[in-house]
Design a binder for this molecule. Structure first.
Ligand SMILES: [Zn+2]
Length: 291
């Protein structure tokens, strides 16, 4: 699926559909509070019958003249995630077929960018080959923000065996072993018009990828905004935010900066049409979609 914005932006799906009840993801989204939002009546983003959020787990691929940049690598296949049944030992992910369907081989990817190091953003970093985890994208530099890398590395070193994040072992360490990691500052520029911007809160080193070809601008925001309801309610941080208060401050500041500029906002989990333009309202923000 082609998305609007500068360069050529394509979506590759790993999983999508009804995910969880609103208050599972956002503790502030009680049934009463959620029912008061306009988004709660939008069947593109909420399974109104089942009262679940509709979410997508996708990669965004940015093709410039020089590079093919893949942003966030979703959940992956064969990963041990015993506490997350729908992500545990999947064998049905069609991700690589979906990549082939847009005319790309794994070898064609020049950069993989993880907006942050959570299990649903690093999964296809690697694939299982003859019992070993190997980089899925053999020619890519895997770009990670140093602050995020150091935080996640510290967390996995200090966790006990039961709480240790397995994703480090199966989706990050193999990238380090293959010498494909590129640990960078928060304002790193992949090429002119393609640069990182820090957005702390969801995680300490969470970043946004800013795309600007001189004509159009887009922000690939990862989990800075998980679901469209957070544009209407920027104060609702997710249960999985490292610092919920910092997360809401970052989100409100970001929305204030991009509102009414015509820039496209493309998060990691918005269901189709996936890309929105934010507008300011007397009481917060709203959005228009690409279709
Ligand atoms: Zn996520």
């Amino acid at each position: 699926m082609k998305l609007p914005g500068p360069f050529a932006i394509t979506r590759i799906v790993d999983m999508e559909g009804p995910f969880r009840a609103p208050d599972f993801l956002f503790p502030d989204a009680t049934p009463e509070a959620f029912a008061e939002t306009k988004v709660s009546r939008d069947a593109r983003f909420v399974d109104v019958a089942g009262k679940q959020l509709i979410m997508s787990f996708h990669s965004l691929i940015v093709r410039t003249e020089r590079n093919v940049i893949l942003v966030d690598t979703c959940v992956g296949n064969h990963k041990e995630r015993p506490t997350l049944p729908d992500w545990h030992q999947r064998t049905d992910g069609q991700y690589l077929k979906n990549l082939a369907a847009v005319g790309l081989t794994p070898e064609a990817i020049t950069h993989v960018l993880c907006t942050h190091l959570h299990a649903d953003h690093v999964g296809w970093n690697t694939k299982l080959l003859n019992g070993r985890w190997v980089p899925t994208f053999p020619n890519a530099k895997y770009v990670m923000h140093a602050k995020e890398f150091e935080h996640a590395d510290h967390a996995q070193r200090t966790a006990d065996a039961n709480t240790r994040h397995r994703f480090w072992d199966d989706s990050v360490q193999p990238i380090l072993d293959a010498k494909q990691a590129l640990i960078v500052a928060g304002d790193f520029e992949i090429e002119p018009g393609v640069r990182l911007q820090p957005a702390p809160g969801h995680t300490p080193g969470n970043i946004v990828l800013v795309l600007d070809d001189g004509k159009q601008r887009a922000y690939l925001v990862g989990d800075t905004i998980h679901h469209p309801v957070q544009i209407e309610r920027p104060n609702w941080s997710s249960r999985f935010c490292w610092d919920a208060n910092q997360s809401r401050l970052t989100r409100a500041k970001f929305l204030g900066e991009v509102a009414d500029t015509g820039a496209w906002i493309i998060p990691a989990h918005f269901a189709p049409p996936c890309a929105v333009r934010v507008t300011s309202q007397t009481n917060g923000f709203w959005f228009n979609t690409a279709s």
